[in-house]
Design a protein around this ligand. Structure first.
Ligand SMILES: Nc1nc2c(ncn2[C@@H]2O[C@H](COP(=O)(O)OP(=O)(O)O)[C@@H](O)[C@H]2O)c(=O)[nH]1
Ligand SMILES: [Mg+2]
Length: 301
């Protein structure tokens, strides 16, 4: 299940104390700075799931200064991986402190404390910065994959994006929503819409926001189907029942698994389907160029 909200505590390491001078001895060294906490963005959308196991992140403290002017060791920095699309909100004030948009950014979030000065008395290091934050993943799917069970939706999502959705050649693999990102656009595999609706199982309300805003439906129909038009109508019927005006959204048909039938049959099926929906793309996950053609259509939408 995709977790889209988490609360965590983060703190930089404290600065090490400065070493006081020993009686008539050599000077005491400065304390080392505490390590800082950085967030690093990734295109993996499932990263908020990690916080159900661990929710406190503290960088290493700096060490105390040593004798003979030796400075204390600096504390190590730490990095927290977060999905791009996450807002980091200060818990107490509700203020948005970071909006993580692009993958592979590294941003300082809590600075480590400064090491204290060594010398006559030796000053203490300062405390590492601490924040309690809410992480909120705002993901609005741009494209929604729909179609009957087994049409090849999850396989396509995996081919087009970094997602690792479960696939199987029997219906009802999973009712959990799967999301992936293709060139900054989010694609949602919406299995539960049809598979769940017909089995009377509801989708979590948290997922609804991902589908209602979808700007185009990618309607998958398998070449193996004995009646592609009937499949199409079945799914449109379910969409209608589901509401959210989903039937009014732009739609293209993706004729899937073209490797399983002859190219003449593919042509016939494309022709048939073109009578009901303007744009029909024939695709196989085993045909690289067909996937590239599909990406081009999505890129230009
Ligand atoms: N030969 C072939 N098999 C495919 C293709 N796409 C999906 N499949 C297989 O069809 C089955 C159902 O695919 P899946 O993606 O789970 O369908 P979903 O239920 O719509 O999500 C799996 O066994 C896939 O490996 C394809 O392009 N060619
Ligand atoms: Mg599936």
């Amino acid at each position: 299940m995709l977790i889209d909200r988490a609360e965590i505590t983060i703190r930089g390491g404290h600065g090490g104390h400065g070493m006081p001078n020993k009686f008539k001895g050599p000077d005491g060294g400065n304390g080392g700075d505490g390590g800082s906490v950085f967030v690093k963005t990734s295109s993996n959308l499932n990263l908020l799931n990690q916080f159900s196991e661990k929710d406190v992140f503290i960088a290493e403290n700096g060490s105390m200064g040593g004798k003979n002017n030796r400075s204390g060791k600096q504390g190590k920095d730490i990095e927290i991986l977060l999905p791009a699309g996450t807002s980091v909100i200060e818990k107490d004030t509700g203020e948005v402190i970071l909006e993580l948009t692009k993958p592979d950014e590294r941003i300082l979030i809590c600075r480590g404390g400064r090491g204290g000065f060594g010398g006559t008395t030796g000053t203490p290091g300062t405390r590492g910065e601490e924040k309690k934050v809410i992480l909120s993943l705002k993901l609005i799917a741009d494209f929604g994959l729909i179609g009957l069970p087994n049409a090849g939706k999850s396989s396509l999502l995996n081919e087009l994006t970094n997602a690792k959705a479960e696939t199987a050649n029997y219906p009802f693999t999973t009712l959990e929503p799967n999301l992936g990102v293709l060139e900054g656009k989010c694609i949602a595999d919406i299995p539960g819409l049809i598979e769940g609706a017909s089995g009377g199982k509801g989708l979590g309300i948290g997922f609804l926001k991902h589908i209602e805003k979808v700007s185009m439906l990618l309607h998958c129909i398998s070449c193996e189907s004995p009646d592609v038009i009937r499949d199409y109508k079945t799914v449109r019927g379910e969409l209608e029942k589901f509401g959210f005006d989903l039937t009014k959204k732009p739609e293209i048909i993706i004729l899937t698994k073209t490797d399983l039938v002859s190219s003449e049959d593919v042509q016939k099926l494309v022709k048939k389907l073109s009578k009901i929906v303007k744009k029909v793309l024939a695709v196989s996950i085993h045909d690289y160029s067909s996937l590239e053609d599909l990406k081009l259509v999505l890129r230009n939408f």
